[in-house]
Design a protein around this ligand. Structure first.
Ligand SMILES: Cc1cc2nc3c(=O)[nH]c(=O)nc-3n(C[C@H](O)[C@H](O)[C@H](O)COP(=O)(O)O)c2cc1C
Ligand code: SF4
Length: 435
């Protein structure tokens, strides 16, 4: 029995629920879409979403109603809505669960969002590796067309909407909203320089909203249960429930839907069942690979946008990775840097070249070849990347380096002084043989 009333994970928690359209409709599905189309003007829908306090669940936490209000009302040409289902941030797997088990929540949210911003064309951009998810979404879209929930003259109101599934091809960077737009347009997935922003110059240079799967899935419930209900969950500035993906050295890794603002201690020790093997907790990444590491000292920090930022990290994609006392922090940072180096799109020099250098230095420290000067070098290199790149990926790739140096500097020094990794002696031996 979950401690809090589930919202997005509620239907799928019922035994036998398949997420098919008829089952979703039995739970009240598509009544919010009908309600807005038949009786709430678009500007009022935007006001309701603003009032709810909903903030984007894709990473940056931007207020959703405000984002919608940036779309020019008098624009003559097409406007677009893109649902970001690229979910490639390491440790993040909430959108996948929402897509695979209850896809119509997100599709209904897409319908309402399109009506609110005056768009008749929506794309769902799904991560290339999500074969099953793509199949399920396509089936759900087909069901919605057959039931005349998408297409022409929906609910007899004269509102038309087309929804198209677009599959990615495996690049993490295509989750960044402007790279996603480039990719849909058939170009290489590289982020655009901003401004201009997608609200005015998005897909095909037309006004566009990009929203995350979880953000959109919340919309029908805000309409049906009211913005006050949503705002009463969570904290005043971080409203609502959030699906956190807990992974790493815990007893029960998984997705947990809880109100924002519970402590990391509650998340790890109550919901995720505590540390595996009764080990000590050493480090936590609270919001996906792009979020700086926190430590045991931060266990009582609340999991809302402001509190996590105040503690020096970010809530990001909601992926909580927990590491125990046996984890080498240099190895952890190196592992993430391998990912960032591999996924850098190469457009800007500081990110492309910097990630290669950071990885090289971390590798030599981990494998017993490090020098004390490397620690300053890691910092100065990171500072030359920070704020000097086209997209936020540049700032993300330095987060593991700077935060492990901040909280675990002694561990770096021990590696250098002892010329080995104290946590992974066998790996050092293997590497030593190769040098
Ligand atoms: C490198 C990078 C990767 C991103 N990946 C994703 C992703 O996989 N899914 C997602 O929803 N947002 C991702 N984002 C955030 C998007 O750019 C965008 O802010 C988000 O989709 C907006 O939706 P929201 O307002 O509903 O959060 C990423 C951002 C960056 C910089
Ligand atoms: S910061 Fe990195 S990922 Fe982003 S545009 Fe520049 S090179 Fe590409």
């Amino acid at each position: 029995m979950p401690k809090y009333e589930l919202v997005l994970l509620k239907n799928m928690a019922q035994p036998g629920y398949t997420g098919a359209l008829d089952e979703y409709r039995k739970t009240g599905g598509y009544t919010a879409f009908e309600k807005v189309l038949k009786g709430i003007p678009p500007s009022e829908v935007i006001e309701l979403v603003k009032k709810s306090g909903l903030r984007g669940r894709g990473g940056a936490g931007f207020p959703t109603g405000m984002k919608w209000s940036f779309i020019p009302k008098d624009h003559p040409g097409p406007k677009y809505l893109c649902c970001n289902a690229d979910e490639s941030e390491p440790g993040t797997y909430k959108d996948r669960q929402l897509i695979e088990n209850d896809p119509h929540q997100m599709l209904e949210g897409i319908g309402i969002a399109c009506y609110a911003i005056g768009s008749h064309h929506a794309y769902v951009y799904i991560r290339g590796e999500f074969d099953l998810g793509a199949e399920i979404i396509q089936r759900a879209i087909d069901e919605a067309y057959e039931a005349k929930l998408f297409g022409k003259n929906i609910f007899g109101t004269g509102f038309d909407l087309d929804v198209v599934l677009h599959r990615g091809a495996g690049a993490y960077i295509c989750g960044e909203e402007t790279a996603l737009l480039e990719s849909i347009e058939g170009k290489r997935g590289k982020p655009r320089t901003k401004p201009p922003f997608p609200a005015t110059h998005g897909l095909y240079q037309k006004p566009t909203v990009v929203n995350n799967v979880e953000t959109l899935a919340n919309i029908p419930y805000i309409i049906n249960r009211g913005p006050e209900w949503f705002a009463s969950l969570g904290t005043p500035k971080s409203a609502g429930m959030r699906v956190f993906c807990v992974s790493g050295h815990v007893n029960r890794p998984g997705n947990y839907e809880v109100p924002m603002g519970i402590t990391m201690r509650e998340m790890i020790y109550e919901h995720a069942g505590g540390m595996r093997g009764g080990k000590q907790l050493k480090a936590i990444i609270p919001g996906g690979a792009s979020a700086p590491f926190l430590t045991q000292e931060h266990l009582d920090v609340k999991m809302d946008f402001e509190s996590i930022a105040q503690a020096g990290s970010m809530l990001g994609s909601g992926a909580v990775t927990v590491m125990d006392e046996d984890t080498c922090m240099i190895w952890a940072a190196m592992n993430l840097m391998e990912f960032f180096h591999h996924e850098s799109c190469g457009k800007c020099t500081p990110c492309r070249e910097g990630s290669a250098w950071l990885l090289k230095i971390l590798q030599r420290i981990e494998y017993g070849q490090g020098r004390m000067e490397d620690l300053d070098l890691l910092v100065s290199l990171s500072k030359r990347i920070e704020g000097r790149t086209v997209c936020a990926f540049g700032d993300a790739e330095i987060a593991p380096v700077l935060s492990t140096l901040k909280h675990f500097r002694q561990e770096y020094e021990t590696h250098i002084q002892e010329r080995r990794c104290p946590f992974r002696p066998n790996v050092v031996l293997a590497m030593a043989g190769g040098h």
